[in-house]
Design a protein around this ligand. Structure first.
Ligand code: CDP
Length: 266
């Protein structure tokens, strides 16, 4: 039986329009996604290309939870800034731009994940382009941008039953999440993974370009003043350099089971 999201998002105010549910979300039944079990928040953080989104998507499918790619929000904001030539050094310009941005998520049956919409336009086809990747960490380091994105992310977690991945989910967005993971993998493994992903849509891309971009983003993300990428003290470290997707999922589902049991005892 599939879970139904507790409210019809079409009825919400524009700023509250996060999820547009199209039919049942859950494709799995059984212990973990039973309606009688407490729903938890799973926060996944880590450097670029550590396989966070793959794991998050699989977990959400298994549990009948929402998967939210918080990075997609920062990418969509960056796309808006690029298209509108927003001067990121000018606080007023940034504030005005943010006031004109509306982000929402629409579940895409084909991808089995949510697409991020920027002012009612599906931004997914554009947000992974290198031009966005090159700017996103600078944009995401701006305080006003983070305040805007984090407030929206926190509202998405109000009903729990959510898996969110990013850089500050366990430290800033959901510091009380029942399960926090900090994912890592060898840098060469990460570069190769991202290169293969990007090569599929952009055969002109080079390994060096991908490597430099990951290194630069990791550096900016972990050294910025505003909620830098850190492992939360209570996050479980998952190194997936030598784990395949199934092994990783199995490992984490055991943790989820424990956390749901712990939530039941509360
Ligand atoms: O897919 P990948 O891990 O390379 O990146 P992403 O999750 O799409 O995030 C893109 C960028 O957004 C990151 O490099 C960060 O600069 C920023 N980000 C952030 O600051 N905080 C988050 N919670 C998620 C992403």
């Amino acid at each position: 039986m599939g879970n139904t999201y507790p409210y019809n998002t079409r009825l919400l105010l524009r700023q509250e329009l996060f999820f547009v549910r199209q039919g049942s979300y859950s494709r799995n039944s059984g212990y973990l996604c039973s309606m009688t079990q407490p729903r938890i928040i799973i926060a996944i953080d880590g450097y670029s290309s550590c396989g966070k989104s793959t794991l998050a998507r699989q977990l959400a499918a298994q549990l009948g939870y929402h998967y939210i790619d918080s990075g997609a929000m920062y990418r969509a904001i960056t796309l808006y800034f690029l298209r509108n030539a927003v001067d990121i050094g000018n606080r007023d310009a940034v504030a005005n731009a943010i006031a004109n941005i509306n982000l929402s998520f629409v579940f895409n049956e084909v991808r089995q994940a949510s697409d991020v919409y920027l002012n009612d336009e599906n931004a997914e086809p554009f947000i992974r382009d290198m031009i966005v990747s090159e700017k996103v960490s600078e944009v995401a380091a701006i305080r006003e941008v983070r305040v805007f994105a984090v407030a929206q992310q926190q509202r998405m977690g109000l009903h729990k039953g959510i898996v969110m991945d990013g850089r500050d989910i366990g430290t800033a967005v959901f510091p009380d999440a029942e399960l926090k993971l900090f994912m890592t993998a060898d840098p060469e493994v990460r570069v190769m993974r991202r290169f293969k992903e990007m090569y599929a849509t952009n055969p002109g891309i080079t390994l060096d370009e991908v490597k430099s971009n990951l290194e630069l983003r990791d550096y900016i993300d972990s050294t910025r003043d505003e909620s830098p990428l850190r492992r939360a003290a209570d996050a479980v470290l998952v190194d997936n350099s030598n784990l395949n997707c199934d092994e990783q999922l199995k490992l984490v589902l055991e943790m989820v089971k424990d956390r749901i049991k712990a939530a039941l005892r509360k």
